[in-house]
Design a protein around this ligand. Sequence first.
Ligand code: UDX
Ligand code: UDX
Ligand code: ADP
Length: 464
Amino acid sequence: MVNICCIGAGYVGGPSSAVIAYQCHDVNVTIVDLNQARIDAWNSDKLPIYEPGLEEIVFSRRGKNLFFSTNVDQAIIDADLIFVSVNTPTKKSGMGAGMAADLAYIETATRRIAQVATTSKVVIEKSTVPCRTAQSMRTILEANSNKDIRFDILSNPEFLAEGTAISDLTKPDRVLIGCLQTPEGFAAQKKLVDIYTRWIPQERVITMNLWSSELSKLAANALLAQRISSINALSAICEATGADVDEVAYACGTDSRIGPKFLKASVGFGGSCFQKDILNLVYLSEQLFLPEVAAYWKSVVTMNEYQKMRFTHRIVRTLFNTVTHKRIALLGFAFKKDTGDTRESAAITLSSYLIQEQARVAIYDPKVSAKQIMMDLTEPGVGTNEETVKKHVEVCESAYEACAGADALVICTEWDEFKMNQLDYQKIFDSMQKPAFIFDGRLILDAPKLREIGFRVETIGKSV
Ligand code: UDX
Ligand code: UDX
Ligand code: ADP
């Protein structure tokens, strides 16, 4: 029996390791974390993250070949392969603050492996990290372990997207495994290839050198985010000219060299990866004395910030240049549909701008708790303090409750339950102040139908 340990029971480590256990019943998978509450949640009926299809997988293998524990040391000792899947947030202070990844958690986990391992291990870097992190991990492991055991490092970046994690993991476009180009490196790589090829066709398991693999993860996220910033930049031109961004995206996407995906204009991209990974790439470019390259990638983030600001200005301008004391219903707080995750969500920036304009913001999201919303809005750097947030923000139990008495309704997240056939927009119209405004930041609504009801509708990438 192969023993796998995954250090870090978060959005990446949890689902990715659970799927290995689900696909390979003869592989023992133990997911460990220092956070007792998180592990308790993984062992309970209510898992700590919401992801369609995840419960079925966890409930069917938990206690059989899938275990969640806080006993990090024992799991390391027992493991043949160790995934390192801890958080790598953007540094808040010091060198590279606001850009570079904080590798402290990776280093702590790596040192722990070196300290407690009694047999040779394959250590797999799963968290997204700057290039050459594997080199640092190797140096730490070799300097701290005894001579009889060896550590081989692999890079196996995760490409799952939240909300579709389980299908991304069971049917990935590709799996990337990078290794040192030595006989030992290839042998370690083969051990991981042999696990993935149990359910993924061989040709989709791509092998390459460590540094290419590390860079590919940053590059893929940067390219995806760049497409969104490109279409968002075009959405500004559309609004100013009368072109329709959906039509432009469709026309461009049908060119097979461009392709249709990731061309949906929006209020701005969010999530824990895009901004963080681009800033990593910017920092790396600066460190390599490539300022033009750094500036090029930085502009993707700048455009995203501009989009959020532009959308807020449109709201204020349309509401007769003032939102002071007006009730604005914000539908959706998660950074995309089908997840309860709010990290870097455009809704946070939007709420903060509206609060600064003295609006009363009524927020509803089907999967985000009031506690989380309050935490996000009072984080340092968001620009609002607790007292102001309490005064200006109301978290509601339904879209109808949020919209009652509101001057405007703003779609921030593209949840299916906000679509035309799911919500009764006539009922919403009747409950709102007049004129009643709708701002569709996700292009999910039928503006002509809403105008028939009586709404004034403003949509990203479309002029009225
Ligand atoms: C382009 C568009 O492809 C075409 O749809 C439009 O109608 C006119 O402009 P063209 O300029 O003829 O066509 O050639 P294209 O194949 O697009 O190449 C343009 C340049 O990009 C060339 O210098 C080519 O070498 C370069 N290129 C293309 C790259 O450097 N890398 C690539 O991956 C593709
Ligand atoms: C992303 C990558 O897709 C994934 O491969 C990587 O492993 C982690 O980062 P994730 O952040 O979970 O995944 O979600 P994704 O679907 O990529 O969406 C990111 C953001 O872009 C969301 O806010 C989404 O709403 C936005 N988006 C996406 C658009 O605005 N338009 C689009 O066309 C696509
Ligand atoms: P991601 O989105 O990359 O999965 P998360 O923040 O959701 O990131 O999860 C990372 C997890 O790693 C957290 O639950 C954190 O407690 C855990 N973690 C961080 N450092 C260590 C460590 N040294 N040992 C065990 N778990 C750790």
